[in-house]
Design a protein around this ligand. Structure first.
Ligand SMILES: *Cc1c(COP(=O)(O)O)cnc(C)c1O
Length: 399
């Protein structure tokens, strides 16, 4: 860790998960090797993206694919593509397009902080449904007819946040998309593992699916993988690539960009600021190639083993209760919830979490249930060594 030491930074133990804020995950050795190789020669980025497209389409079952600088950047570009298509004039107008559909329908219960990324392209979110289930005041989730009722001439796309139990079922939403010829954009940034999800949303009819390259995929942290239709991916490529080209001699791979259908070369698009390097694109492809059932089965077994180790290490500790949350899919992330009894310990879960960060190396735990008095251990970034350290440090903080 020389570079971090040089910078005066102490690396952390991340028991919080694949969080971007905490460095995501560690890249696979194969990814690092690919990035190093890619750094030793120059290639046109559009050619490399065309190769990425064919790899992504093979792996995800989509018509095409693209590597961007994160899932959030992918959402912004998806919004841009669904508003302007291959119209190079309209591309130049974003994020203030004139006279094009600019509404993205989203279920109220699907809203989240990342949907700002759609608005960054100039799209306006149109919310449908009522969050009955989430307020505890009702029994019904949002229903497809409520989405259908919001579709009008200004609709550019329907946004869908994927997740275990997401409602309405994606196929009922993509059926509406097909009926009205409106693309459905699926935010599946953190829906890996299981690896079957790489194909699932495309096979359920999504027009564009966004995955984070820097989470469970263990690709470069600053990448996102898009799988989608040839048309949307072409628009995304045109709005993302550096477009300082001479149109007459510009010869983009036709599998990525249908040059013949363009009035001319667009100027730098909305996504020009979401640049990805040749190293990142190469790394993302290799990460995707390695996200196999076999590897995920091995990883899952290791995660269960690590949580077992922590659970047995803490067995009998006073003032805590432990419960394991099994993932819905056997290849998903298992979690260990540690309930902190304030009555017994005189400490809240927040104090315990803060205490774990107080000494080097700081240990970061999952915060999703912190305010309910629960510290969560996420195994994605743990090893036997760090698991044992978590046990020791937790015992010290609890004492
Ligand atoms: C992490 C995440 C994103 C953003 O992914 P990046 O690759 O960090 O840009 C978007 N949406 C959801 C639901 C996420 O969990």
């Amino acid at each position: 860790m020389d570079i971090y030491a040089t910078l005066g930074i102490c690396p952390i133990i991340n028991a919080a998960g694949t969080l971007t804020r905490l460095g995501g995950t560690l890249m696979l050795p194969e990814v690092k090797a690919a990035m190093l190789q890619a750094s030793e020669a120059l290639v046109p980025i559009e050619t490399l993206e065309a190769a990425a497209s064919s790899a992504i389409s093979r792996i995800c079952g989509s018509e095409a694919g693209y590597v961007v600088s994160g899932a959030a950047a992918g959402l912004t570009l998806a919004a841009a593509a669904s508003m302007v298509g291959l119209d190079v004039v309209k591309m130049g107008e974003l994020p203030f397009p004139v006279g094009v559909p600019d509404e993205i329908i989203i279920c109220r219960s699907h809203r989240n902080s990342y949907d700002h990324a759609f608005r960054a392209a100039g799209a306006r979110l149109v919310e449908v449904g009522v969050s009955d289930r989430h307020t505890g005041a009702g029994v019904r989730e949002v229903e497809p007819w409520e989405i259908e009722a919001a579709i009008c001439g200004k609709t550019a796309a329907i946004a869908y946040t994927a997740g275990p139990g997401a409602y309405p079922p994606l196929p009922s939403v993509t059926a509406l998309g097909k009926k009205y010829n409106i693309p459905v954009i699926v935010d599946a940034a953190a829906q890996l593992p299981p690896p079957s999800n790489l194909r699932r949303f495309v096979s359920e009819g999504a027009d564009l699916v966004v995955f984070s390259g820097g989470k469970a995929l263990r690709g470069p942290q600053g990448t996102g993988i898009l799988a989608g239709t040839r048309e949307l991916i072409a628009s995304i490529a045109l709005q993302h690539l550096d477009m300082d080209v001479t149109f007459e001699i510009w010869d983009p791979p036709r599998t990525l960009i249908p040059k013949e259908r363009l009035k001319g070369a667009p100027r730098h698009g909305l996504g020009r600021g979401f640049k990805v390097s040749k190293e990142q694109i190469a790394g993302a492809i290799v990460a995707l190639e390695h996200f196999t059932e076999a590897r995920c089965r091995q990883d899952a077994a290791n995660w269960h083993h690590l949580l077992d180790r922590i659970e047995s290490g803490l067995q009998g500790a006073a003032g805590i209760t432990m419960s394991r949350k099994a993932p819905r899919d056997p290849l998903g992330f298992p979690l260990l919830d540690i309930g902190i009894s304030e009555a017994d310990l005189g400490k809240r879960a927040c104090d315990v979490a803060a205490g774990l960060r107080a000494d080097p190396p700081p240990i970061y735990v999952g915060e999703t249930r912190l305010m309910e008095g629960v510290v969560t251990i996420h195994p994605a970034n743990l090893t036997e060594k760090t698991a044992d350290l978590i046990v020791q440090r937790l015992q010290a903080v609890l004492a």
